[in-house]
Write a protein that binds this ligand. Structure first.
Ligand SMILES: Cc1cc2nc3c(=O)[nH]c(=O)nc-3n(C[C@H](O)[C@H](O)[C@H](O)COP(=O)(O)OP(=O)(O)OC[C@H]3O[C@@H](n4cnc5c(N)ncnc54)[C@H](O)[C@@H]3O)c2cc1C
Length: 404
C-alpha cells in the first residue's frame, strides 16, 4: 500500500524474488511530495544520501539538497527503473483479515492477497494540539498541509507553534516575508548544518548513529517520538537553529500550554528546554568526535567546533492576547501522524500507533509496515534508510509465504 519511496522499495525487493504483487496508490507516484509539502521545501538530507535500492543521485551537486520537483523526479525514475506494478488512483478503503490472508477493498474493486505491506506513510495528517477550537475566529489557521508559502497568509504577525524542522523553516520564511513571527518552542533537537567541515548528516551516517537498530535502543518508545531536527537544506548550507532565528528577528516563547479567554499561555521553562537541547547536541557531537578519533578519521575533518548556547529571550513572554491584532495567523507545525482509518484489523493502539516489531505487525501474520519512525533503524523514515528495512521486511514476508 502506497507508492512513496517505501512502497516502491518493497516492490523492488518483491520483484527481485518474483513475488507476485501490486502497489496500490490513491494518488500518483510520490504523492506526498507532490501534494502535501510547501513550495520552498528542499530535502534536509544532502543529495549524496538520496539512495534507493539500485538507484542513487548522479547529478552535479552531491552536497546540495533536492527541491520538491527533484524529489518527485527521483522517486518517479526509481518506480520506472524497478518496473513497479503501481496502480495509481486506487484508494484503499479497508483491509480485513481472512483465513488465509487479507481482503483489500479499494475504489476500483476488491483484492484478495496473502500479505499486505503498509507503506502508506507516517505523516498522513498534521497533528495540531487540541487548541484550534479556542482560537478567536479573526485569526487564520494553517497546517503544513495547507501552507504553500507566505503569500496566502494575511499581513501581520504570525504565531508558529512547534520548533522542529517544519516550524523553524516556516518561521524563517514568514519572518523574511515581512511578517513578525513569534515561535512557540517545546522539546526540540538542535543540530548545526555542518560540523568540522562536514554536513552533520554525514556524521550521522559515517559514525553509524543512524544504523543503530531498534532492538539495541534503550528507550525505543521515546526514540520513535523524537521530533525532527532543526535543519534546513539551502544552497548556502546555513544553520537554522534558534539563535539564527533570533538574529532574523523571530520572537521565541515557550511551549503553548493552553488557550484561555482568547489568550495563548506559554510554559515558562524556556531556559531549561534550551539547556537540554544544547546538552543533547553537545553529547551527539562528542559521539562524533570519539568515533573520528577511534576510526582514524580525525585528519580528514576540521577541528572540533564549539557552539554558543541557545540565547533565551529577555523578557520571556508568558502570554499573548490573541484578540489584540498582534497575531493574524497561526501555523501549527506540531508534527504529523499516520492515518489507519482504513485498517479493519485490531493492531492500532489507543494513541493511533501500529503495534509492530521491526515492521512485522504483532498478532497479524502476513501484515507488515515500512516507513515508520525507527521501524528497524534510526534512519528508517529517511529515503536512504528504506533499503535495509525493506530488504529485511520482504525477507520475513517471503518466509511467511513459504510457510516458515
Ligand atoms: C515535511 C517533511 C520533510 C521531509 N524531509 C525529508 C528529507 O529531507 N529527507 C528524507 O530522507 N526524508 C524526509 N522526510 C521523511 C520521509 O522521507 C517522507 O515522509 C516520505 O514521504 C516517507 O515516504 P513513505 O514512502 O514512507 O511515505 P509517503 O511518501 O507518504 O507515501 C505513502 C503513499 O501512500 C499513499 N496512501 C496513503 N494512504 C493510502 C490509501 N488508503 N490507499 C492508497 N494509497 C494510500 C499516499 O498517497 C502516498 O503516496 C520528510 C517528511 C516530511 C513530512
Amino acid at each position: 500500500m502506497g507508492a512513496g519511496h517505501a512502497g516502491l522499495a518493497a516492490s523492488r525487493f518483491l520483484g527481485d524474488r518474483s513475488i507476485d504483487h501490486v502497489v496500490l496508490e490513491r494518488g500518483e507516484v510520490a504523492n506526498s511530495w507532490r501534494r502535501e509539502r510547501w513550495d520552498s521545501l528542499r530535502l534536509l538530507t544532502p543529495n549524496w544520501l538520496s539512495r534507493l535500492p539500485g538507484h542513487h543521485y548522479e547529478g552535479p551537486d552531491p552536497d546540495g539538497y533536492m527541491t520538491m520537483g527533484e524529489v518527485v523526479e527521483f522517486i518517479e525514475r526509481f518506480a520506472l527503473l524497478s518496473q513497479a506494478p503501481v496502480r495509481t488512483g486506487t484508494n484503499v478503503t479497508s483491509v480485513r483479515r481472512t483465513d488465509d490472508g487479507y481482503h483489500v477493498t479499494t475504489n476500483h474493486g476488491e483484492i484478495h492477497c496473502r500479505a499486505v505491506i503498509i507503506a502508506s506513510g507516517a505523516c498522513n495528517r498534521p497533528a495540531p494540539p487540541p487548541f484550534p477550537g479556542a482560537i478567536p475566529g479573526s485569526i487564520e489557521q494553517f497546517t503544513p498541509f495547507d501552507y504553500r508559502g507566505p503569500a496566502k497568509l494575511p499581513d501581520g504577525g504570525v504565531l508558529v507553534v512547534g520548533a522542529s524542522a517544519t516550524g523553524v523553516q516556516l518561521a524563517a520564511e514568514l519572518q523574511r516575508s515581512g511578517r513578525p513571527v513569534t515561535l512557540s518552542v517545546g522539546e526540540h533537537v538542535r543540530l548545526p548544518r555542518t560540523y568540522r567541515g562536514r554536513d552533520v548528516l554525514w556524521w550521522m551516517h559515517a559514525s553509524g548513529v543512524w544504523d543503530q537498530r531498534y532492538d539495541q535502543i534503550d528507550d525505543l518508545t521515546r526514540a520513535r517520538r523524537l521530533p525532527s531536527p532543526q535543519l534546513v537544506g539551502t544552497p548556502q548550507r546555513t544553520t537554522l537553529d534558534l539563535n539564527a532565528l533570533t538574529e532574523l528577528g523571530v520572537g521565541l516563547v515557550g511551549r503553548l500550554a493552553a488557550v484561555r479567554d482568547g489568550r495563548a499561555l506559554f510554559s515558562g521553562g524556556l531556559r531549561n528546554v534550551f539547556s537540554l537541547a544544547d546538552l543533547k547536541m553537545q553529547r551527539l557531537l562528542e559521539t562524533f568526535d570519539a568515533w573520528a578519533r577511534g576510526d582514524g578519521r580525525d585528519a580528514e575533518v576540521g577541528d572540533p567546533e564549539p557552539f554558543a548556547p541557545t540565547r533565551a529571550p529577555e523578557p520571556n513572554r508568558l502570554q499573548l492576547d490573541l484578540g489584540s491584532g498582534e497575531i493574524r495567523a497561526i501555523v501549527w507545525a506540531t508534527g504529523f501522524r499516520p492515518d489507519y482509518g482504513w485498517l479493519d484489523v485490531p493492531v492500532v493502539d489507543a494513541k493511533g500507533r501500529l503495534n509492530h516489531e521491526g515492521g512485522v505487525v504483532v498478532d497479524s501474520p502476513g501484515l507488515y509496515a515500512l516507513g515508520l519512525p525507527v521501524l528497524r533503524r534510526r534512519k528508517s523514515t529517511f529515503i536512504h534508510g528504506i533499503e535495509d528495512d525493506a530488504r529485511e521486511v520482504v525477507d520475513h514476508l517471503a518466509r511467511h509465504l513459504a510457510g516458515r
